[in-house]
Design a protein around this ligand. Structure first.
Ligand SMILES: [Zn+2]
Ligand SMILES: [Zn+2]
Ligand SMILES: [Zn+2]
Length: 236
C-alpha cells in the first residue's frame, strides 16, 4: 500500500511510473488505468485536481479492482482492423495519417523501436467534444533490462482523438459502440511495425515501409504479391 501510494503521488508529476507499476501488477490493471494515464495538454490546476481525485479513487479501490475488460481471442468476423482494443500486434491508428515514425518510439535506453503493448478505444464523448473518438496506445521495450531498470525510458503512451465530425469515421456513429470505430480509410503504415511508412516499395509503389530494414524483413511475404500489385496498379 505504501509503495503504491508513493508511486501514485509520483504519477501526479509523471505518467510513466504508473504504467510501470501496473505492468508489474497485472496486465488487466494496465488496461483499466490506461485512459487515466493519457497525456493531458493543459497542466492547469483543474487538471491536476482531477488527476488527484483519480489517484485517490485508485488508492481507495486497491487492490486493483477497476476492471474495464479482459483479454480474449477475436471472435469470428472480427479483425484487427475493426476491433478497437487489442494487446500486441500492430497498432491500428485512429487517425490514419500523421501517425508516429519509428524515431518517436525508440526506447530511451537501448534505442530499439518499441512494439505495441496494447491499444484501447476510450472515447470521452460526453466530457470533451474533441474526444468523441479517442484511442490510447502503449508501447513498451522488449528488453527486460530496460523495463526493469529504466521504466521511464522504456514505455511510451500516446493518445489520438477526433471530434464526432471528421473525415475518417461516420459522423452519425455512436462512439460507445465498437462499430463507431470502423475507419473509412486505413493508415498506410509499415506492415512490420505499423509505424509511418515513409518509403514505397520500388516494385509495386503500393506497399510502404518505415525503413529499408523492415522492407527486407517483409520481402519473403511481399515478394509474391509485389508483381500482382504492380499489375493491378491498385492502392492498398
Ligand atoms: Zn530498451
Ligand atoms: Zn517498420
Ligand atoms: Zn512491392
Amino acid at each position: 500500500m505504501e509503495r503504491t501510494e508513493k508511486l501514485l503521488s509520483m504519477a501526479l508529476r509523471t505518467r510513466e511510473i504508473i504504467v510501470w507499476q501496473i505492468v508489474q501488477e497485472r496486465a488487466l490493471d494496465l488496461i483499466s488505468c490506461a485512459s487515466w494515464v493519457a497525456p493531458t495538454r493543459k497542466n492547469n490546476k483543474a487538471t491536476s485536481n482531477i488527476r488527484e481525485n483519480l489517484c485517490t479513487k485508485i488508492l481507495m479501490a486497491e487492490p486493483q479492482c477497476i476492471q474495464l475488460g479482459f483479454v480474449e481471442p477475436l471472435e469470428e468476423g472480427e479483425s484487427f482492423l475493426t476491433f478497437p482494443h487489442k494487446v500486441g500486434g500492430l497498432p491500428v491508428w485512429l487517425v490514419p495519417k500523421n501517425f508516429p515514425s519509428p524515431e518517436q518510439l525508440r526506447c530511451g535506453r537501448c534505442d530499439v523501436v518499441m512494439p505495441l503493448l496494447l491499444q484501447i478505444y476510450a472515447p470521452l464523448s460526453g466530457a470533451n467534444v474533441n474526444a468523441f473518438h479517442r484511442t490510447i496506445y502503449i508501447f513498451s521495450c522488449m528488453n527486460g533490462y530496460c523495463v526493469r531498470h529504466h521504466p521511464r525510458k522504456s514505455y511510451k503512451v500516446l493518445r489520438a482523438q477526433l471530434p464526432k465530425v471528421n473525415p475518417y469515421y461516420q459522423p452519425n456513429s455512436d462512439s460507445e459502440s465498437d462499430d463507431a470505430w470502423i475507419p473509412l480509410l486505413h493508415a498506410r503504415s509499415c506492415p512490420v511495425c505499423g509505424l509511418c511508412g515513409q518509403f514505397q516499395c520500388a516494385g509495386c509503389h503500393t506497399m510502404r515501409y518505415c525503413s529499408k530494414e523492415h522492407q527486407r524483413e517483409d520481402w519473403a511475404f511481399h515478394k509474391s504479391e509485389c508483381t500482382e500489385f504492380k499489375e493491378l496498379g491498385e492502392c492498398v
